[in-house]
Write a protein that binds this ligand. Structure first.
Ligand SMILES: Cc1cc2nc3c(=O)[nH]c(=O)nc-3n(C[C@H](O)[C@H](O)[C@H](O)COP(=O)(O)O)c2cc1C
Length: 356
């Protein structure tokens, strides 16, 4: 029987188990968005995961949505990421990079006053705030991208994927989830365009498919994954029909033969509810990774039944660098401290011990 300890091949990458580390923004890069030495230690500590999916990383300058998140657009960043991938590979691990454009979640206070871009000029709800050097601020009203600007977004994703491979990553995960730019185009609440990037499902998905086509052409589909969150209302997102959205995307994605599709099955706030996993499994023929709120037992059952091929764990990986070994030996899990999720030093980052 297949379980979480059964090896799995994702494209060109052979995984010794099906316990993956979900991408986790931790804001430990420097002020120029260059990865730091503590990031190499952090990822190397977690190298026994079947696959590490490194945190959301800016594809281009001027699109910061957190404080001190990393980028993959400068020579210094590529070199610093090389130290991270070397450290992970030296420990026998595998690592993809999540490549990301924050869209309307970017903030002028983080980007020299620049107005963020989005499909439409609709802001994230003002009762949500973003952490900036000037304290917590409400989100800004973005400006709608001009049609003529869209090719530069596609190109930035393509170049970021090439940079990630140059930095030694085994592949990239395109961030199509959680209310960031590609998801803002996908879902109806944030996309009110009347050109061929808005309106119908096909139009709303167009930018994401252009990005996938460009990235897979540059680095190979077997090194490209995609993350989606059709239900997540985080960042003021909603969709009129998440099931229809997922059915359409799952069917259309088959032609790319990606390394994997990474599906967040739920909504952080519990506002939108639907069984998006079943509809995806029914229509998607490739490798499917599930995430969000899985216990070890539920993850085992999902993999054993064939509903999922692997499961990514997010918060559990923050406090348990040896999550694979703890699961294997039925040892208790440590609880993460949310107060240090986005702080800037080793406390709550590299100081969670392994049991062994
Ligand atoms: C501190 C923190 C940072 C996160 N950063 C990212 C990110 O960079 N990219 C992303 O796609 N999801 C991000 N997420 C979502 C997680 O990848 C994951 O989907 C979420 O924690 C639910 O999985 P879990 O129930 O196993 O924790 C983040 C979550 C947390 C708690």
């Amino acid at each position: 029987m297949i379980d979480l300890f059964t090896p799995l091949t994702l494209g060109k990458t052979s995984l010794p188990n099906r316990i993956l580390m979900a991408p986790l923004t931790r804001c430990r890069a420097d002020a120029d968005h260059v990865p730091t030495a503590m990031m190499a230690e952090y990822y190397a500590q977690r190298a026994s995961a079947g696959l590490l999916i490194a945190e959301a990383t800016m594809i281009s300058e001027g699109n910061s949505a957190f404080w001190r998140e990393p980028g993959i657009y400068s020579e210094a960043q590529i070199n610093a990421w090389r130290s991270v991938t070397d450290a992970v590979h030296a420990k026998g691990g595998r690592i993809f990079l999540q490549i990301w454009h924050g869209g309307r979640a970017c903030h002028p206070a983080l980007n020299d006053g620049a107005t963020p871009v989005a499909p439409s000029a609709i802001a994230i709800a003002i009762d949500d705030t973003v952490h900036t050097p000037e304290g917590k601020l409400p989100y800004a009203v973005p400006r709608a991208l001009e049609l003529s600007e869209i090719p530069s977004i596609v190109e930035a994703f393509r170049q970021a994927a090439l940079n990630a491979i140059a930095a030694g990553f085994d592949g990239v995960e395109i961030h199509g989830a959680n209310g960031y730019l590609l998801d803002q185009f996908l879902r109806s609440s944030s996309n009110q365009r009347s050109d061929h990037y808005g309106g119908t499902l096909e139009n709303r998905a167009r930018l994401m498919f252009e990005v996938i086509a460009a990235v897979t052409a540059a680095i190979g589909s077997e090194r490209t994954g995609l993350r989606l969150s059709p239900l997540n209302s985080f960042n003021s997102m909603l969709d009129d029909d998440p099931i229809q959205l997922m059915q359409y995307l799952a069917s259309e994605l088959n032609r790319f033969e990606l390394a994997y599709l990474h599906l967040m099955r739920a909504d952080f706030a519990g506002i939108q509810q639907a069984d998006v996993v079943s509809v995806t499994r029914e229509h998607y023929q490739g490798t499917l990774i599930g995430n969000m709120g899985y216990s070890f037992d539920e993850a085992c059952a999902a993999v054993a039944s064939g509903q999922l091929d692997a499961v990514a764990f997010g918060s559990a990986y923050i406090a348990n660098p040896d999550l694979v070994e703890r699961f294997a030996n039925q040892q208790p899990l440590a609880q993460p401290d949310a107060a240090t999720f986005y702080t800037q030093d080793v406390k709550g980052y590299t100081d969670y011990p392994s049991l062994a």
